[in-house]
Write a protein that binds this ligand. Structure first.
Ligand code: DOR
Length: 425
């Protein structure tokens, strides 16, 4: 049986309120209080390191089926492991879309061979066309954890109402991509000063906020659980704060890139900064950080969106939206949070217990008896982002060449060490 003594690290377990320097013990697949016997114990020296529950990402694009040139379940989950994640939720904007039991089963089969857990988020509507609901009951039986048409909103409010009503009966959240397509039409970047001087069509904050507001009203009408994906604006934080105060089952996530980058980054027309929702203003970032601190924002998710190089190398108007994020999330967060007086420790809840609660997952804790999903982070290591060594098949990162602080040292999944000294096994 595997036995690991993770020695002298700073153990941060927000679920149990633990935050102190102590040893953590893994025996077999579980966290234990003491070993049943001391044979074969391997010691991991964790002095000066942070020991957290394995990170959970509610929002990744694994591109399988259909775009295996950009990512696969295997490559995407290796990228996740390298980034410290032990569970990811994959989005259904694949080809074909994840809108049927057979596609869910295909992904479930693939994920059996992956190092970490993959939870499937199925489409709300068939082919993600926004016209007819999927067979939600069958998809729940196949194990999906939530429903989303991510990449696109469900524009038809009547259909969204029905989706919420069904999702409620199955006790699954609806994860909405909040974008009013008519308001956003043709937009490339945030609408504001920089879109004006760059001569690029803008996407106003209201394009997001209109749908966030609508969804909270529908959550009130239906009593369903809704989760708003990748929020990017101050106004979205305000709307969700109020919905929470009104007692609605509304949760939300933001992303490392929306916390770290502004629309000014688009000034050299680099398509790696083109993302949907777009990078916003400094004022929006300030409010997102407040939203994290006050508890309005429940989770930080990467929205890891791999794209083939030839597609991103197109003109900015035609290049696809999206950036990869799994392998840079932790250092990007450490560096950006510093400016707001926050440490990685303060954000760990948003990467562990927070996302676990959104989808009702029994993970994201280091309590004795729980699965030994553990991530060990050197929050002081200096790193230079070098996408050529990424596990992801894609290279569309806006952080290429950046000097950051923070690296993933070791990761355990169910008691098995899957990252050793920064390398995925
Ligand atoms: O930038 C984005 N890329 N936003 C989305 O909502 C979808 C994603 C993708 O799939 O590439």
């Amino acid at each position: 049986m595997n036995r690991y003594l993770i020695k002298g690290g700073k153990v941060i377990d927000p679920a149990s309120g633990r935050s102190k320097t102590e040893d953590l013990l893994i025996e077999g697949s579980l966290i234990v209080e003491r070993f049943s016997e001391n044979r074969g114990v391997k010691t991991i020296e964790a002095g000066g390191l942070i020991v957290t529950p394995g990170l959970i990402d509610l929002h990744v694009h694994l591109r399988e089926p259909g775009r295996e040139d950009a990512e696969t379940v295997i490559s995407g989950t290796r990228a996740a492991a390298a980034g410290g994640f032990t569970t990811v939720c994959c989005m259904p904007n694949t080809d074909p879309a994840i809108d049927s039991v057979s596609v869910v089963e295909q992904i479930n089969d693939q994920s059996k061979q992956s190092l970490i857990d993959v939870k499937v988020i199925a489409a709300i509507t068939k082919k993600r066309e926004g016209k007819a609901l999927t067979e939600m009951g069958e998809l729940v039986d196949a194990g999906v954890v939530a429903f989303s048409d991510d990449g696109a909103p469900v524009a038809d409010s009547q259909l969204m109402r029905s989706a919420m009503e069904y999702a409620k009966t199955f006790n699954r959240p609806i994860v909405d991509h909040a974008e009013d397509l008519l308001l956003a039409a043709g937009g490339i970047m945030n609408e504001g000063y920089y879109s004006t001087i760059l001569g690029l069509k803008g996407i106003p904050a209201a394009a997001e906020e209109v749908i966030v507001a609508r969804d909270t009203l529908l959550a009130k009408l239906t009593g369903a659980k809704i989760h708003i994906a990748h929020i990017s604006t101050a106004g979205s934080v305000d709307i969700i704060k109020r919905a929470k105060e009104d007692g609605l089952s509304v949760t939300c996530e933001t992303t490392p890139h929306h916390l770290a980058l502004t629309d000014e980054s688009l000034c050299d027309y680099n398509t790696d900064y083109k993302v949907n929702p777009p990078l916003r203003s400094m004022g929006d970032i300030d409010r997102l950080f407040e939203g994290l601190k006050e508890g309005t924002i429940d989770a930080i998710a990467t929205d890891h969106a791999p794209h083939a190089r030839h597609e991103k190398e197109a003109e900015i108007e035609v290049a696809p939206f999206g950036m990869i994020g799994l392998e840079t999330a932790v250092p990007v967060l450490i560096n950006t949070a510093k400016k707001y007086g926050l440490k990685l420790e303060d954000l760990i809840p948003k990467l562990t217990v927070g996302p676990a609660r959104v989808i009702g997952l029994e993970a994201g804790t280091l309590e004795v008896g729980s699965n030994a999903d553990v991530t060990i982070i050197d929050a002081k290591a200096k790193v230079k982002v070098d996408s050529s060594i990424f596990e992801s098949k894609s290279r569309n990162t806006p952080f290429e060449g950046k000097d950051l602080t923070g690296s993933i040292k070791h990761v355990f999944k169910g008691g098995k060490q899957i990252v050793i000294d920064g390398s995925v096994i």
